[in-house]
Design a protein around this ligand. Structure first.
Ligand code: GDP
Length: 358
C-alpha cells in the first residue's frame, strides 16, 4: 500500500504526531492479524457514508480505508552529503510515495528550536534544499549516460531532454513537484527523483494559529500546489486518551470541529492520489482504496486478484442515489443502479457489487 514518509527538523513534533498515529487503535480493532512495522502508523479515513450503508444493509461492522505514514529519522542539514543518517534517510524517502513534512508553528519557550526561532518558511526551505541537492546529484550522475544513450537511440532523446529541463528547475532551487505542470513525470519516473513526489505539509500549530484564518490561509498559499494540514500534535495525542464526550468538549474549546488526524487522513489520501469505492452487505460495509482513474476491473482486483481476472461487470449505484432511495430495491426501481463494463472508470463513492467468473 502507498505511504507518506514523515520528515522534519528536530523538535517540530514529529514523534508526538507519530505517537498519535500509532496509538489510535485502528489496526488492533480492524486488522488483528496484520503485522505492522514499528515505524508505520495508520489512521482511518473518516467516512460517514459507511455508517449510513451499515444502516441500509444491516451490516455487522464497518471497515474504513486507512492511510499509512512511515516515520523517517530526523533530517539534518547536510543529509544529501551523506553525513550521519543522510544516506539511509534519503533511501527511506525514496521508498515513500509522498513526503509529509511536519513544520513547527507553535510557540513554546520550553521547546528549543534548532535554528533558535520559529520560522516555517525557513524550515521548509532547509528540507527542500536537501532534497533538491539529492536530485541534482542523481541527475549529474545520470545525464552523461542518458546523453550517450540518446545519441545511439533517438527514442531515448525525450527522456534526456526532460532530465535536462528538470536539472534547470533544480538549479533554480525549485522542487520538481512545484513545477509539475511543466514536466512529464511519466518520462522522469525511472530516475526516481525525490522531489517529483507529492508533498504534504503538516503545520504543527497552537490554538492561536489554528483559530487565525488569515494566518492559516497565508501558510496554505505559501506551500501550494502542495497540500497542507493544520493541527496541534500535542492535542491530538491528548484527544486519544479521552472518551467521545470529553473529546468533543476539548475540540470545542480550541475552536475545532474534528480531530486533526481526520483532516490528516483525508488530505494524505488526496496527496497520494487515492480514492475509495464502497461495498456493503449484512456482514460488513467497507471502503476499498484505489487510485484515481482506476477502471472497474482494477477496482475489483483490490478485493481479490481473481475478481480482476474473471471480471464480467459491475453493478454500481452512487452513494447519493442509494442514500436517497433508502434501499437497494428502491434504487433499482428508480433506475439508479447501472451495469458497468471493463472500461468504466470508478467514481468516488460508487457502491459496487462485482460479477465475475472464477
Ligand atoms: P521531534 O523531534 O520532531 O520528533 O519532536 P517531538 O515530537 O519530540 O517534540 C519536541 C517537543 O515539542 C516535545 O517536548 C513535545 O512535547 C513538544 N511539542 C510537540 N508538539 C507540540 C505542540 O503542538 N505544542 C507544544 N506546545 N509543544 C509540542
Amino acid at each position: 500500500s502507498l505511504t507518506l514518509g514523515i520528515v522534519g527538523l528536530p523538535n517540530v513534533g514529529k514523534s508526538t504526531l507519530f505517537n498519535a498515529l500509532t496509538n489510535n487503535d485502528v489496526l488492533a480493532a480492524n486488522y488483528p492479524f496484520a503485522t505492522i512495522e514499528p515505524n508505520v502508523g495508520m489512521v482511518e479515513l473518516p467516512d460517514p457514508r459507511l455508517v449510513r450503508l451499515a444502516e441500509i444493509f444491516g451490516s455487522e461492522r464497518i471497515l474504513p480505508a486507512t492511510v499509512s505514514f512511515v516515520d523517517i529519522a530526523g533530517i539534518v542539514k547536510g543529509a544529501s552529503e551523506g553525513a550521519g543518517l543522510g544516506n539511509k534517510f534519503l533511501a527511506n524517502i525514496r521508498e515513500a510515495d509522498a513526503i509529509c513534512q511536519v513544520v513547527r508553528v507553535f510557540a513554546d519557550d520550553d521547546v528549543v528550536h534548532v535554528d533558535g526561532r520559529v520560522d516555517p518558511a525557513s524550515d521548509i526551505e532547509v528540507i527542500e534544499t536537501e532534497l533538491v541537492i539529492a536530485d541534482m546529484q542523481t541527475l549529474e550522475k545520470a545525464l552523461p549516460r542518458l546523453d550517450k544513450e540518446a545519441r545511439k537511440n533517438k527514442e531515448l532523446k525525450p527522456l534526456h531532454d526532460e532530465a535536462v529541463k528538470a536539472q534547470a528547475f533544480l538549479d533554480e532551487g525549485k522542487t520538481l513537484f512545484s513545477v509539475k505542470d511543466k514536466l512529464d513525470f511519466g518520462l522522469l519516473r525511472e530516475l526516481s527523483l525525490l522531489t517529483t513526489k507529492p508533498f504534504l505539509y503538516v503545520f504543527n500549530a497552537d490554538e492561536a494559529v489554528l483559530t487565525d484564518e488569515a494566518k492559516v490561509a497565508e501558510l496554505r498559499a505559501s506551500v501550494a500546489p502542495a497540500d497542507a494540514v493544520f493541527l496541534d500534535a500535542k492535542v491530538e495525542q491528548e484527544l486519544l486518551e479521552l472518551d467521545e464526550e470529553d473529546r468533543q468538549e476539548m475540540l470545542d474549546s480550541i475552536g475545532q470541529s474534528e480531530p486533526g488526524l481526520h483532516a490528516l487522513a483525508r488530505t494524505g489520501f488526496h496527496t497520494l492520489g487515492l480514492q475509495t469505492y464502497l461495498t456493503a452487505g449484512p456482514k460488513e460495509s467497507r471502503a476499498w482504496t484505489i487510485h484515481k482513474g482506476d477502471t472497474a476491473p482494477q477496482a475489483a482486483g483490490v478485493i481479490h486478484t481473481d475478481f480482476e481476472r474473471g471480471f464480467i461487470k459491475a453493478e454500481i449505484v452512487s452513494f447519493a442515489d442509494l442514500d436517497e432511495a433508502g434501499s437497494m430495491a428502491a434504487a433499482k426501481a428508480a433506475g439508479k443502479v447501472r451495469m458497468e463494463g471493463k472500461e468504466y472508470v470508478m467514481a468516488d463513492g460508487d457502491v459496487v457489487e462485482f460479477r465475475f467468473n472464477v
